[in-house]
Design a protein around this ligand. Structure first.
Ligand SMILES: [Zn+2]
Length: 214
């Protein structure tokens, strides 16, 4: 059986896929009035048996010979998507901002993800610190976090703040990797505020239950 190596969303790796069925057809395009060749395949991962569908659209006869066929695989491959962190008890505003910022980042919407990141930091500070501890600006909110985190973390947050200013006022989008790394730092802060206490609570509760057992 013919095999093809593609990324598997379940195995989280490039794996061999068996071509379970294939179909080739020519279809006249409504807009151009020319025939276009389509190759379609149903693929099954040799590791986890997950099914995928591959569609290749070939260039029209009038197109440049250098034009390559266009390959699409369904469901969309997730190799460049972020692994989302799960937090049990996030306030609604923080939950929404986190999800939308990561979604914007995954969709390569760098301006929106940068703006989302700023709003996310503001929402966390507003939720966890007393209003008397910070002013209106994002920088004062970041400074309010200084007693809790290393100076390096605070300096990095100030860098994001500048990055966000350029995104909002000058429409200069940062690099995708900058947002990717910025999200790691903010996730660490979320972990500190929203996750550690939960995990400690579960640990204590389970230990107490164990002690109570006869
Ligand atoms: Zn697989």
């Amino acid at each position: 059986m013919e095999k093809r190596r593609i990324y598997c969303n379940s195995c989280k790796n490039g794996t061999w896929h068996e071509v379970m069925a294939s179909h080739i057809q020519e279809r006249e395009d409504d807009l151009w009035g020319y025939a276009q060749r389509f190759d379609a395949e149903i693929l099954r991962c040799c590791g986890c048996e997950l099914l995928s569908f591959r569609l290749v659209k070939h260039p029209f006869a009038f197109q440049d010979k250098k034009d390559k066929p266009d390959e699409e695989i369904y469901p969309e491959r997730e190799f460049n998507k972020r692994q989302r962190r799960f937090f049990w008890h996030l306030p609604k505003a923080v939950h929404t901002l986190y999800n939308e910022t990561v979604a914007a980042h995954d969709s390569e919407l760098h301006l929106l993800s940068t703006v989302g990141l700023r709003a996310l930091i503001e929402a966390i500070v507003a939720d966890k610190l007393a209003k008397t501890q910070y002013g209106k600006s994002l920088d004062s909110k970041i400074d309010a976090l200084a007693p809790l985190f290393e100076p390096e973390v605070i300096n990095t947050l100030h860098d994001f703040s500048k990055m966000g200013n350029r995104a909002i006022h000058d429409h200069i989008a940062p690099d995708r990797l900058d947002v990717h790394r910025a999200l790691y730092v903010v996730e660490g802060i979320m972990e500190y505020f929203y996750s550690i206490a939960d995990h400690a609570g579960i640990f204590q509760r389970l230990r107490e239950e164990k002690v109570e057992e006869p």
